[in-house]
Design a protein around this ligand. Structure first.
Ligand SMILES: Cc1cc2nc3c(=O)[nH]c(=O)nc-3n(C[C@H](O)[C@H](O)[C@H](O)COP(=O)(O)O)c2cc1C
Length: 428
C-alpha cells in the first residue's frame, strides 16, 4: 500500500487545551530540539496589525514522541502546542459532557450577556461558519470556528520546523518576506534590508520605504474598523534539479506547492515566479534563457521567471512562491450577515477578537507549507530511513545533476549532438 514518504496531520481547536501535530517519515538521526521549533513559532506571532491574542500566547512546541536525546528515532514525531487562552474558556471548551451544574451556570452566564457562554448563530461573511455548520450539522457556530480558525496554523509551523531541520541537513534553506500590503509593493531596487533586519522589522519587509506606506494602510484600515490583505513571497535556495516530475499530474512539484500554500486559511491566490504577470508579456520577455553549464557543473539560467520549476520539476533555480492574502474577514465594524437558525438577515455578523492584517505571519506559515512539501519531494526522490544515508544520497544526486550526460546513441552508435527539432506539433 503506497503512502507518502513524509506526512503530517494536525489536531486541535483554537480555544481548546492544545494543538497537536504528528509528523511521520522523518529519517532517524536528525538533530532536533524544542528550541529549534520555537524560532518559527515566534516569527509566526509577530507582525504589525496582529490582534490581542498574540499577547496572550507565546507558542512553544513540546516534543512528546519520536525524538530521544536530541535525535529523531525514525518513528512518528508528536508535537504539542499549548493554548494558554484555554484557561479563560473552561467549561465552554471542555471535552467532557457538561454536568447539570455546569450547564446551568453557562446558561445563566449567557442570559447575562456573557459572549463566550452564548452559542454563536450569526454567521460571519468570509468564514467557514455557514457552509461548515450546515455540512457538519452544528447549530452553534463555535463548533466550526474553533477548528477553521488560523490558530491551527501554529501546529503547521511547528511541523514546518521539523521540515526546516531536515532540509537544512541536505542543503536547502527557505525564507519569506512581505511583498505587498494593501496595494503597496516592495520595490526590489529599494530592498536594502538584510534577512536579519527584515525579520526584525514590523512587517518583515525588506524595503523600509514601502514598509512605512504599508503601515499607513494598516492604520487606515484600523481607524475605519476595517481590515487589509497583501502578498507574501517564499524563496527556497539549494533545491537541486530533479524534485517532482512531469510524468503524472500529482507528481508535479509546482502543483503540490500551489496546493500547499493555497491550503492556508486566508490565501486566495498562488503564483510561481512571475505567475500571472507572464500573461501580460511576450514569450521573449518571460522564458528563462539557459546559458549552458558552468565549470562547476551547475546549469545557468539568465533569469528565474519560472520560479524554480519547469515541467513540474525543480530546475536548480531558487523556488519562488507568492501567496495572495485576503483582508481578514472579521471586521471591528462588522458586516451585515444572517442568522443560521432564523435564516433572517442581521445588521451585524458575530464579532470575535480579530487581527487587522496578517501578511508577515502568513508568510511564515507559507514557509512551513513549502518546507513540508519540499521535505516530501526530497524523500520521494531519494528515499532513506537514516539521515546519514539521505545526506549521502543528496550529495550523489547533486553530483549526478552536474554531470555531463553520455552522448546519445542511435542503434548503439554515437550520433551527432545538437539537434534542435524539439518543438513538436499538435497540442503542446
Ligand atoms: C495567521 C492568521 C491569522 C488570522 N487571524 C484572523 C483573525 O484574527 N480574524 C479573522 O476573521 N480571520 C483570521 N484569519 C483568517 C481566517 O482564518 C480565514 O479567513 C477563515 O478561516 C476562512 O478561510 P478562507 O479565508 O481560507 O476561506 C487569519 C489567518 C491567518 C493565516
Amino acid at each position: 500500500m503506497p503512502t507518502d514518504p513524509f506526512r503530517f496531520l494536525t489536531a486541535g481547536e483554537s480555544h481548546g487545551p492544545t494543538l497537536g501535530v504528528t509528523v511521520e517519515g522523518v529519517p532517524a538521526g536528525l538533530a532536533l530540539t524544542e528550541d529549534d521549533l520555537a524560532v518559527d513559532l515566534a516569527r509566526r506571532q509577530r507582525g504589525y496589525g496582529r490582534g490581542a491574542r498574540q499577547a496572550i500566547e507565546s507558542d512553544r512546541a513540546e516534543i512528546r514522541a519520536g525524538v530521544r536525546h536530541g535525535r529523531t528515532l525514525g518513528s512518528p514525531i508528536l508535537l504539542l502546542v499549548a493554548n494558554k487562552d484555554w484557561e479563560n474558556w473552561g467549561p465552554v471548551m471542555q471535552s467532557a459532557p457538561l454536568t447539570d451544574l455546569q450547564a446551568a451556570a453557562l446558561g445563566a452566564a449567557a442570559a447575562e450577556g456573557n459572549k463566550r457562554a452564548t452559542p454563536v448563530t450569526r454567521v460571519r461573511p468570509g468564514h467557514a461558519d455557514l457552509a461548515g455548520a450546515l455540512k457538519y450539522g452544528h447549530s452553534d457556530i463555535r463548533n466550526v470556528l474553533e477548528r477553521a480558525s488560523a490558530r491551527e496554523t501554529a501546529a503547521r509551523v511547528a511541523a514546518g520546523g521539523v521540515a526546516r531541520a531536515f532540509l537544512r541537513a541536505v542543503g536547502i534553506d527557505v525564507w519569506s518576506f512581505t511583498a505587498e500590503v494593501g496595494g503597496v509593493a516592495v520595490d526590489p531596487g529599494n530592498a536594502s534590508r538584510s534577512r536579519e533586519e527584515t525579520d526584525a522589522s514590523p512587517l518583515r519587509c525588506p524595503d523600509p520605504a514601502a514598509e512605512a506606506l504599508m503601515i499607513e494602510r494598516i492604520d487606515e484600515a484600523r481607524s475605519n474598523g476595517d481590515t487589509i490583505g497583501g502578498v507574501f513571497e517564499v524563496v527556497a535556495h539549494g533545491v537541486p534539479i530533479g524534485l517532482g516530475s512531469y510524468v503524472h499530474w500529482d507528481r508535479r512539484l509546482d502543483g503540490a506547492l500551489a496546493a500547499a500554500v493555497m491550503s492556508i486559511n486566508i490565501v486566495k491566490g498562488v503564483e510561481l515566479g512571475l505567475g500571472f504577470e507572464q500573461t501580460r508579456r511576450f514569450g521573449s520577455a518571460v522564458h528563462d534563457i539557459i546559458d549552458g553549464r558552468a565549470d562547476d557543473g551547475h546549469w545557468i539560467h539568465r533569469s528565474n521567471n519560472a520560479g524554480g520549476t519547469t515541467g513540474g520539476i525543480s530546475n536548480g533555480e531558487p523556488i519562488v512562491v507568492r501567496g495572495a492574502v485576503k483582508p481578514i474577514s472579521t471586521l471591528a465594524r462588522p458586516l451585515p450577515s444572517a442568522d443560521l437558525i432564523t435564516g433572517k438577515p442581521v445588521d451585524k455578523a458575530h464579532y470575535e477578537r480579530s487581527d487587522i492584517s496578517v501578511v508577515p505571519a502568513a508568510g511564515v506559515i507559507g514557509e512551513a507549507m513549502v518546507m513540508l512539501t519540499l521535505a516530501r519531494f526530497v524523500l520521494e526522490t531519494l528515499g532513506g530511513d537514516r539521515m546519514d544515508v539521505v545526506a549521502e544520497r543528496m550529495a550523489a544526486h547533486r553530483r549526478l545533476m552536474a554531470t555531463t550526460p553520455p552522448a546519445p546513441l542511435i542503434g548503439g552508435r554515437p550520433a551527432a549532438a545538437g539537434g534542435d527539432e524539439a518543438g513538436s506539433g499538435g497540442d503542446d
